[in-house]
Write a protein that binds this ligand. Sequence first.
Ligand SMILES: *[C@@H]1O[C@H](CO)[C@@H](O)[C@H](O)[C@H]1NC(C)=O
Ligand SMILES: *[C@@H]1O[C@H](CO)[C@@H](O)[C@H](O)[C@H]1NC(C)=O
Ligand SMILES: *[C@@H]1O[C@H](CO)[C@@H](O)[C@H](O)[C@H]1NC(C)=O
Length: 391
Amino acid sequence: MQTRCIAFFLLLLFQAGNAANFIINLAGNWDFSSSNESINGVGTVPGDIYSDLYAAGIIDDPLFGENHLNLKWIAEDDWTYSRTFMLSELEDSAAVFLDIESLDTVATVYVNDQKVLHTRNQFLPNQANVTDLVINGLNYIMIYFKSPVKYAARKAGQYLVTLMTETTGNAPIFRQLLATNSPLTVIQTYITETVIRISLGHWHVEFEFETFHYGARTIEYIVMIPELFIRESDIFLLSANKRMQSKSRNKLAFKIPMPMEPKRWWPNGMGEQKTYDVIVSMGSQVKQKKIGFKTVELVQDFIEKSKPAKGRNFYFKVNGEPVFLKGTNWIPVSMFPSNNTNLARMKFLLDSVAEVGMNVVRVWGGGFYETDEFYDYATKKGILVWQVSLV
Ligand SMILES: *[C@@H]1O[C@H](CO)[C@@H](O)[C@H](O)[C@H]1NC(C)=O
Ligand SMILES: *[C@@H]1O[C@H](CO)[C@@H](O)[C@H](O)[C@H]1NC(C)=O
Ligand SMILES: *[C@@H]1O[C@H](CO)[C@@H](O)[C@H](O)[C@H]1NC(C)=O
């Protein structure tokens, strides 16, 4: 447990008409306070308690010298973040959902003083149906962060063996959105996975979509790769049997025949980093991303077939060529992920990785999943990513 993140979306689904998607972002100013309310102020979301206390002049720079040693009390206290938000036109809405991501870590969320969810995992997204809790007019949201240090110590006490429970840091960082939407439209689409592989002389491309929708509906996804003259579409029936609000996963898979063979993406130092624009659309929603075509193979054959005792190889082939991996370990750029200087720093570091001739970074599992910008930029620079799973 290090820094704490919070992010959320409140999704309002309108019953009437084909209303455009509304997303009301709750980012901005939030009130924060310690458990006994002796320390309080106005913080920034997305953000974290250390940055907010520092900005409010309550603590010294947590990143300077050994200041952090005097700041352990922050992680030992519980913290509350709250704000009000205005809703109008609620009478037309079918349902209201709150989407929260990256709550770090032991947190309970209240809307108009009613508990709506509790989480203990920063890396899982949360959703809550708050239809019956919100009102036309001013609403109140509050997030209560329990001290992760105390929580971990209490949990450790429940085991027979002694567990190390020293944790550092604590408190909220938010990325959040408040949204309104028509039930006739799908509200959120995520491209969760792109699988590209070559088999039987074809490139096999597979997109997986995650669709957050209200009620049963039929939708059409279209995938285009203009540079390769590709336009594929499919129609999906999304069922609503799981209750009103659902998340559906669907796959659209197709083949690219060899006459249209795309250019390969190569790691830094082995060739060009060719990528193609992919445009995915569903109704009026359009998402664009870049993909590169490559094959990756882990080779573990015997060093000498006749003498297995000599052991095996362990290396990767990219596009059929053995790659000597030259890389480094990647940890979060800052303890405080929402610090807006991080993006420039990330680019500077990946530029440096490429300039010294490296071709891979291993993303440490003790940090957090990096941003889309990070993975896209690594692709652009020819850097392979060895991603350690966090959950
Ligand atoms: C209130 O909390 C602060 C910060 O944790 C602590 O320093 C202070 O002693 C507490 N005050 C009381 C009266 O408990
Ligand atoms: C944000 O980043 C800047 C530049 O690296 C640094 O000086 C500052 O201390 C950071 N603040 C926090 C709270 O991380
Ligand atoms: C959300 O709450 C509304 C109002 O109680 C209810 O009609 C609807 O079925 C709920 N949806 C889900 C997914 O729980």
